[in-house]
Design a protein around this ligand. Structure first.
Ligand SMILES: Cc1cc2nc3c(=O)[nH]c(=O)nc-3n(C[C@H](O)[C@H](O)[C@H](O)COP(=O)(O)OP(=O)(O)OC[C@H]3O[C@@H](n4cnc5c(N)ncnc54)[C@H](O)[C@@H]3O)c2cc1C
Length: 631
């Protein structure tokens, strides 16, 4: 086994330049990969020691730890996932050049591997460890990698470098620290704290806080227990899989093309709900090549910024162009399907020719398509808003019919279904949205209300779905009574009289169920002041990490993200100065920047995921040379 404990007390080689990477999830690994690739291209004069530290599993990290059950799946197709910064070439697999997840997967599981398939998270973890081995194998002689499984509890500046203290009390002296600590646990507040405290006082009840489902004590919940599941997003599907496949149940093909569930008898009874009452729709079957890139026609920098040189208003400046782009893809796809590619191209040219915001729907009608239902993000994300149902069967019939329609679109694919192709614009334009939004690109109120409050939940709902197989499983579980979706505006409450939780929906008559367990099936958003990690708390107390604030005065929006400079992302300390020996990238900086919850790179395409790590690697290694000279 390569993972080992370092001799913490051993004196460091006199001239070695030591870099610690704290957090060995995909981000930390990419930082190491880029350092190794740069060192191979242009060695620095000093010996370099890279210390890769993770509290759970070095290489895979916590979210992709390799000892989790196989029913937890990635939500990105394997052909579009790589943890190498470059494609394979004629040389050995090494930092900067290696196979995608799919190319690796087919070597270990040729029967199940598919470029458009969804690998198990544990297999992604195995792939990440393979990447780390390849990176280590290609290191120049003057560079060493140490894998340290330990939790960092504190970090302090020594004036010439940094001292990391591990939870066991040992310490590590280093020159630079890259912080890629990923997902965190915030302190519970408001109604969630009420639920937790209610359960803490009653031995019969349990409340499980939001987390990766693989890290929840789900096995401890006995068969037949009524369980409330809060949230109908990706983690809900994980919980659903754990309580069906994970309890020994089986799904088989039914005559009607759907699935039938054969219970094992060990399942609890699930009652799930969310604000919308609608489970996350399915991801369209992938029809795009791994290196697909979308070039927006309307949603461009020039058009979005034409009325504004200052901070943007998301609703006024950004959203109209984004919605027009979504409409453009929707109608162009429909025209291509109904007529031909030439008709779709003529329509696209007519839309692109308008200098002002075009009426895409009217232009589509001129080109021969006027009967499609209009796209409305709110209606798609909240299909039951303002609707009420006289009883449970009528709600479940409507729910099933919406899901079945969604499955038809998902099966048509993300290029051929007008709906799924259009919603993919939300994914394909993420990078541009980041450019508009990051570092106070929006006014404080628009950032908080329009973007984080309105757009982000809808985008997450409509553009980040699970594989369609999960929705088929959901229908089968509802049909056999293992799962009930309670309805819209679900309420999870404590009933002091009965000493139990209740799950209810005011929009479905009679929808109220008593449960003994509530599982929060949502991944918590990072929020620096509420973060429970001892390291984060110490970094705050020491003034090394501060919260990013958009705006000032009465308008100021305290985002909850760690304040960092632009690339290479030094934390901005309490005195307002960047600490140039430290780097923070990924989830702790969410809200300073948007969409930090990324766990891979597209094969051979450098997105921000690679660029960010590469900029850090360049800065870290430039300092290795410089410090040698100045010493
Ligand atoms: C359940 C779940 C499933 C997901 N599935 C997908 C998916 O399919 N596709 C996708 O693109 N994204 C997915 N995501 C989004 C996710 O954010 C990324 O995939 C990825 O995990 C982010 O990588 P990271 O390295 O930034 O953070 P993480 O993966 O969270 O890694 C951070 C690491 O830091 C370690 N750490 C933290 N603090 C310390 C400390 N003080 N000392 C030592 N080590 C520490 C942790 O143990 C952890 O291993 C998923 C997220 C979750 C929660």
């Amino acid at each position: 086994m390569r993972e080992r404990t370092v001799q913490l007390s051993a004196p460091r080689a006199e001239s070695a330049y030591r870099v610690a990477v704290v957090g060995s999830g995909p981000r930390g690994l990419m930082a190491v990969e880029r350092m190794a690739a740069r060192l191979a291209e242009r060695p620095v004069r000093r010996p370099v020691e890279i210390l890769l530290i993770d509290a759970v599993e070095v290489g895979a990290g916590r979210i992709y730890r390799t000892n989790q059950p196989p029913w937890f799946l990635l939500n990105t197709v394997a052909g579009m996932v790589s943890a190498f910064s470059g494609l394979p070439d004629d040389g050995p697999t090494r930092a900067g050049s290696g196979p995608s997840l799919y190319e690796w997967w087919r070597t270990i599981d040729p029967v199940n591997a598919s470029p458009d398939g969804y690998a198990a998270r544990a297999d992604y973890g195995r792939y990440l460890r393979f990447v780390l081995d390849a990176v280590e194998g290609g290191l120049p002689d003057t560079t060493t990698l140490r894998r340290i499984r330990a939790r960092v509890a504190d970090l302090q500046s020594t004036g010439t470098g940094y001292l990391l203290t591990l939870t066991g009390g040992e310490s590590l002296a280093v020159d630079r620290v890259v912080l890629t600590t990923g997902h965190s646990q915030p302190e519970l507040t408001g109604p969630l704290r009420d639920l937790a405290e209610f359960a803490a006082d009653r031995p019969r009840l349990r409340y499980l806080r939001g987390d990766s489902a693989a890290d929840m004590p789900l096995d401890a919940i006995p068969a037949g227990t009524p369980v409330g599941v809060l949230g109908l997003g990706l983690s809900f599907y994980d919980v659903m899989a754990a309580f069906s496949l994970g309890r020994g149940g089986r799904f088989t093909e039914a005559d009607d093309g759907g699935l039938r569930y054969h219970p094992s008898g060990r399942e609890p009874v699930l009652v799930a709900g969310s604000r919308s009452g609608m489970p996350l729709p399915a991801r369209g079957c992938n029809q795009k090549p791994p290196r697909f890139g979308y070039r927006p026609v309307l949603f461009t920098e020039q058009r979005v910024r034409r009325n504004s040189v200052r901070a943007l208003d998301f609703r006024a400046d950004v959203l109209p162009w984004l919605l027009a782009e979504i409409d453009l893809v929707y109608y162009a796809t429909a025209l291509r399907q109904r007529f031909d590619a030439a008709r779709a191209a003529a329509f696209t040219s007519a839309v692109a020719a308008r200098a002002e915001l075009p009426d895409v729907v009217a232009i589509a009608a001129e080109h021969g398509i006027a009967d499609l239902p209009r796209l409305n993000l709110d209606a798609l994300a909240r299909p039951f808003a303002d609707r009420s149902f006289p009883d449970r069967p009528s709600f479940e019939r409507e729910l099933a019919s919406i899901i079945r329609r969604d499955l038809v679109d998902a099966d048509r694919g993300n290029v051929d279904s007008p709906l799924k192709a259009a919603l993919d614009v939300l994914r394909d334009c993420r990078r541009f949205i980041c450019q508009l939004v990051d570092y106070s690109g929006l006014t404080p109120s628009s950032h908080r209300d329009d973007f984080l409050g309105w757009y982000v939940p809808r985008s997450a709902f409509l553009a980040a779905g699970p594989p369609s197989s999960r929705l088929r499983q959901l229908l089968a579980l509802i049909e056999c009574g293992v799962l009930r979706v309670i309805g819209p505006r679900a309420r999870f409450a404590c009933d002091a009289a009965s000493g139990r939780f209740t799950v209810s929906s005011p929009q479905v008559a009679g929808a109220e169920v008593a449960v003994d367990v509530v599982i929060d099936a949502r991944i918590p958003y990072p929020d620096l002041p509420r973060d429970l990690s001892p390291l984060t708390r110490r970094l705050r107390e020491r003034g090394i990490w501060t919260g990013y604030v958009n705006g000032d005065g009465a308008e100021a929006f305290h985002t909850g993200g760690v304040a960092v400079t632009g690339s290479p992302y030094h934390p901005v300390a309490r005195d307002g100065e960047p600490d140039t020996g430290l780097y923070v990238v990924g989830i702790p900086t969410e809200h300073t920047r948007w969409f930090m919850q990324v766990g891979s790179n597209r094969p051979g395409l450098w997105g921000d995921f690679v660029h960010d790590s590469d900029a850090i690697a360049a800065d870290v290694l430039a300092a290795a040379d410089w410090e040698r000279v100045s010493a």
